[in-house]
Design a protein around this ligand. Structure first.
Ligand SMILES: *Cc1c(COP(=O)(O)O)cnc(C)c1O
Length: 404
C-alpha cells in the first residue's frame, strides 16, 4: 500500500491508532488522520497539482485513500470561487467571494465527505453503510454507495425537506423517517451496527468524511494563488466543514505552501433556532450542551448535539473568529437577495451567513476592504419548503401589461 498517512489520532487524548483497518470513534469522540508531511513535501508540489484534473482527488497525497486504491467518484470538485461585486457593494465590501458548493454532485458539499468515506469504506471491505441525516448527507451517501455497489441505510427526522427524502430513495438507499431529531436517528444507527452489520458513516464518527471536507480549504488556497482570505463565514452543523478547512490550512502551513501567521478568522454561523456551538462559545465552554427544541428551515444546521463540539470550538478560537447565530426570519429574504444579486443558488444555511455578515460589517468586526469568502454549501433548489413561492397568474387572453 502506498500512502502518506502516518497514523490516526484520537482527538480527545492523542492516542495513536494504526491506519489500515476499520476505525470509528475513540472514547466516543472523533479520530484525526495524520500524515507524514515531510514525505508529502518531497513527493509533490503546488505546480504538479496545477496540472491535474480539476476534481478534489487532485490533492491525492494529502488524502487518506492509498494511491494504489481506486476512488469512488462522481467527478466532484473543484467548485468555482466566484467574485461577488454586486452583492459585495450591497453589503459594503470590496472583495467578497462565494465558494459555490451547490454545483457538486447531489447539490451540496456533502459529496466531498461521502466520496472520501465511501472510498475508504470500500477499500476496507465494507459492503453495507448507514447514517443519520438532517438534510443533504443522506442523498450524497446514497449516491456514492450506489456508485460503490454498497447497501445504504438512511434515517432522517420526519420533517426533513422533501427533496432530501426523495433523493435518498432515488439513489436506491433504504431510507426511513424517524419521529425525532438527527441525534435520535444517530442512536438508531449506532444501535443497529452489530445487529444489521452496517458501518456507521455519521458525521465525525469515522475519520474520513472530515478529510473529504478538508478539500474545501485546499481548493480555496489554490484558487487564491496559495494565499488565504482574511475572513471565512461557514454555516456550521456537525462541524466537519469548519474543522476540515482549518485542518487543511494547518497542513498547508506545515508543508510551507502558504505562509504562517496569515490564517483567516473563521466565523462559524448557526441559526438562532439551533445554536449549541454559539451558546458554548459565548459561555467560554469547550463542550456544548444539547440545544433544546431545535428548529430551523436551514436543515443542515439542525444539529442540536455534535460529537465534534470541542473540535469546532477549539478551531474557532484558534482562528480568532467567533460563533454567531443569524436570524431565522431573515433566511428567505437573504436567499432571494443573494441569489438574485449574483445568480448563485444560495441555500438557507448560507442565507444565515449573509445575515451574520451584515451584522459583522455594521459592528466594524469585518472591515470594508477585507477579503471575505462565504461558503454556499448547497443548492437553494433543494429547499422548496424554505421559501414557498406562488407566482402571480397571467391570463393568456388578457395580459395586464401595466401590472407586470
Ligand atoms: C450539512 C450541511 C451544513 C453543515 O455542515 P457541517 O459540516 O455538518 O457543519 C451546512 N450547509 C448545508 C447545505 C449542509 O448540507
Amino acid at each position: 500500500m502506498t500512502t502518506f498517512v502516518s497514523h490516526l489520532e484520537a482527538a480527545i487524548d492523542g492516542t495513536r491508532i494504526p491506519f489500515g483497518r476499520l476505525v470509528g470513534m475513540h472514547a466516543d469522540r472523533p479520530v484525526w488522520v495524520r500524515y507524514d508531511l515531510d514525505r508529502i513535501r518531497q513527493a509533490v508540489t503546488p505546480a504538479a497539482i496545477a496540472n491535474r484534473p480539476p476534481t478534489l482527488w487532485r490533492y491525492r497525497e494529502l488524502l487518506p485513500l492509498p494511491l494504489d486504491a481506486e476512488p469512488v467518484t462522481l467527478g466532484e470538485g473543484m467548485t468555482p470561487l466566484l467574485p461577488c461585486p454586486r452583492l459585495g457593494a450591497e453589503l459594503g465590501l470590496t472583495d467578497l467571494w462565494v465558494k459555490d458548493e451547490s454545483q457538486l454532485p447531489t447539490g451540496s458539499f456533502k459529496s466531498r465527505g461521502q466520496t472520501m468515506c465511501v472510498s475508504l469504506a470500500k477499500w476496507l471491505g465494507v459492503t453495507r453503510v448507514a447514517l443519520p441525516t438532517a438534510g443533504n448527507a443522506g442523498g450524497a451517501a446514497a449516491a456514492y454507495a450506489a456508485r460503490a455497489g454498497m447497501e445504504c441505510f438512511v434515517f432522517m427526522p420526519a420533517d426533513t425537506p422533501t427533496v432530501n427524502q426523495f433523493e435518498a430513495h432515488l439513489y436506491g438507499a433504504k431510507a426511513y423517517r424517524v419521529n425525532g431529531l438527527i441525534h435520535d436517528c444517530g442512536k438508531i444507527v449506532k444501535a443497529g451496527a452489530d445487529r444489521m452489520g452496517w458501518f456507521d458513516l455519521s458525521t465525525l464518527k469515522e475519520p474520513y468524511r472530515l478529510e473529504g471536507k478538508k478539500t474545501m480549504g485546499l481548493e480555496v488556497a489554490e484558487q487564491l494563488g496559495w494565499t488565504l482570505p482574511d475572513v471565512i463565514l461557514y454555516p456550521t452543523g456537525g462541524g466537519t466543514g469548519l474543522i476540515g478547512m482549518w485542518k487543511a490550512f494547518r497542513e498547508l502551513v506545515e508543508l510551507g505552501w502558504i505562509p504562517a501567521g496569515k490564517l483567516p478568522r473563521l466565523y462559524s454561523v448557526q441559526a438562532e433556532g439551533c445554536a449549541p456551538i454559539v451558546t458554548a462559545f459565548d459561555k467560554g465552554e469547550r463542550f456544548a450542551e444539547l440545544f433544546p427544541n431545535a428548529r430551523t428551515v436551514a436543515s443542515g444546521l439542525r444539529v442540536p448535539a455534535a460529537v465534534g463540539d470541542f473540535m469546532m470550538l477549539d478551531t474557532i478560537r484558534e482562528s480568532g473568529g467567533k460563533a454567531i447565530a443569524g436570524k431565522e426570519a431573515s433566511i428567505a429574504s437573504w436567499m432571494r437577495r443573494a441569489s438574485g444579486a449574483e445568480g448563485i443558488s444560495v441555500c438557507p444555511e448560507t442565507a444565515v451567513c449573509f445575515d451574520v455578515l451584515e451584522g459583522l460589517i455594521e459592528r466594524g468586526e469585518v472591515r470594508p476592504h477585507e477579503r471575505v469568502v462565504v461558503f454556499n454549501t448547497g443548492a437553494a433548489t433543494k429547499y422548496l419548503e424554505a421559501m414557498p413561492v406562488e407566482l402571480p397568474a397571467v391570463d393568456r387572453d388578457a395580459v395586464a401589461w401595466d401590472k407586470l
